[in-house]
Design a binder for this molecule. Structure first.
Ligand SMILES: NC(=O)c1ccc[n+]([C@@H]2O[C@H](COP(=O)([O-])OP(=O)(O)OC[C@H]3O[C@@H](n4cnc5c(N)ncnc54)[C@H](O)[C@@H]3O)[C@@H](O)[C@H]2O)c1
Length: 314
C-alpha cells in the first residue's frame, strides 16, 4: 500500500509513518519543518519539503496514487495559535480542504485526520463524548472543527471515507523536548531534566486525559482500515481517566532519578481547565482501547528523555 502521512517530521506523524513503513508499505510525507525536525522522518519515507496549504507543493503529489491519506501535519498548539492566526488557519483548515480536493481528484477514498479534544472546550460534563457540544476556545480548535466539517462534506458529496480522530493529550518518546510551548508531558519533563524546576503556567488542579503515542498510532491505523457503514466518522482517543497537572508531575517525579521544584503561576490564553473523555465510541466501532497506562508510558518516556535531553541545555 502507498500512504501519504503529512507531518512525518513531527511527533505523531513520525511514529505513524514508521509503523506503516515497518509493515512494508510505501510512505510519502509533506512537512514544512516548522515544529518538526528533519531527522525525525523515518528512513525510507519519501519527503516533500513545503507547506500543506501550498497548491504548488501539492502538485508534486500527482506523481503518486495513495491508498489512504493521513493528514497529521498542522499548527499543533493551542498556545501558539495566537502568534499568527492566519498561518494557523492555513495550516489547519486550507491544508485540509486542499488535501481533500486532491483525494477527490486522485481517487483516494480514505482520509484520516488529526483533530483534537480542544473542539469540546470546557462546557461539557466529563467524560466528554463525541455528540457533546463543540465549544472552541482557541483559533486552533476552530481550525479542527472546520476541517471536520470539510471532511463531512467530502464524504457526503464525493464518497470519500473520512475519519476525524479527536486526540486527547498524546505523549511518549519522540515528543519534541525543545518545544516548550506544546505538549504538557514533554514541557514538564523537559523543564524537570534541564532546569530541575517546572514553572507550570496554570493551576495544579487543571486536568487532562493522556494517551500514549503507540495507542494513538494504532487508532490512526484502525481508522484507515475501519469497515463502518457510515462514510464520515468522528472518534475521540481517550482513556476515560482524569489526571490533574499535580498528579502528572508526581508520576514524572517518581520516574526521574533526581528531585525538582514546581511553581504554579499565570495561565495561557484559551487554555481548557479540565477534560477527560469516553472512548466507548471508538471501542465499539473499531475495537480500539488504550493499552499503555499513564504510569507505564511515563516510565518509558522518562527513560528515553533522560538520554535524549541534556541537563542545563535550556
Ligand atoms: N500531540 C498532541 O497531544 C495532539 C493532540 C491533539 C491533536 N494533535 C494534532 O496532531 C497533529 C500532530 O501533532 P504533533 O504532536 O505530532 O505535533 P508536531 O508539531 O510534532 O507535528 C506537526 C508537524 O506538522 C508540520 N507542519 C506544521 N504545519 C505545517 C504546514 N503548514 N505544512 C507542512 N507541515 C506542517 C510540523 O513541522 C511538524 O513536523 C497536529 O495536527 C496536532 O494538532 C496533537
Amino acid at each position: 500500500m502507498t500512504y501519504l502521512v503529512t507531518g512525518a517530521a513531527g511527533f505523531i506523524g513520525a511514529a505513524l509513518a514508521k509503523r506503516l513503513l515497518d509493515e512494508g508499505n510505501r510512505v510519502v510525507t509533506i512537512d514544512n519543518l516548522s515544529t518538526g525536525i528533519k531527522g525525525n522522518i523515518p528512513a525510507g519515507c519519501e519527503f516533500i519539503f513545503g507547506n500543506t496549504y501550498d497548491p504548488d507543493i501539492l502538485k508534486q503529489l500527482d506523481a503518486y496514487k495513495f491508498d489512504a491519506i493521513f493528514h497529521i501535519a498542522g499548527q499543533s498548539g493551542g498556545v501558539t495559535c495566537w502568534d499568527d492566526p492566519l498561518y494557523d488557519m492555513n495550516s489547519n483548515i486550507t491544508s485540509t480542504l486542499l488535501l481533500l480536493d486532491y483525494a477527490k481528484r486522485s481517487g483516494c477514498k480514505t482520509f484520516v485526520y488529526a483533530s483534537s479534544m480542544s473542539v469540546y472546550g470546557d462546557e461539557n460534563p466529563c467524560p466528554v463524548r463525541e455528540g457533546d457540544a463543540l465549544e472552541p476556545k482557541t483559533f486552533y480548535a476552530v481550525g479542527k472543527i472546520a476541517s471536520e466539517y470539510y471532511m463531512r462534506i467530502y464524504s457526503q458529496q464525493y464518497g470519500i471515507k473520512c475519519t476525524a480522530l479527536r486526540f486527547n493529550n498524546v505523549y511518549g518518546p519522540g515528543q519534541n523536548m525543545e518545544n516548550l510551548r506544546q505538549g504538557m508531558v514533554s514541557i514538564y519533563m523537559a523543564y524537570a531534566i534541564k532546569d530541575r524546576h517546572i514553572p507550570v503556567l496554570g493551576a495544579k488542579n487543571r486536568y487532562r486525559d493522556f494517551v500514549y503515542i503507540d495507542d494513538t498510532v494504532e487508532a490512526c491505523v484502525l481508522a484507515s482500515r475501519g469497515k463502518e457503514p457510515a462514510l464520515y466518522n468522528v472518534y475521540t482517543t481517550a482513556t476515560n481517566r482524569k489526571t490533574t497537572c499535580e498528579q502528572l508531575i508526581e508520576i514524572i517525579r517518581k520516574n526521574l532519578p533526581f528531585d525538582f521544584t514546581v511553581t504554579y503561576e499565570g495561565n495561557t490564553l484559551g487554555d481548557q481547565f479540565g477534560i477527560f473523555c469516553s472512548y466507548e465510541k471508538i471501542y465499539n466501532a473499531l475495537g480500539w482501547e488504550p493499552k499503555v497506562s499513564l504510569e507505564q508510558g511515563i516510565k518509558i518516556m522518562a527513560d528515553w528523555a533522560l538520554k535524549a535531553v541534556k541537563p542545563g541545555e535550556q
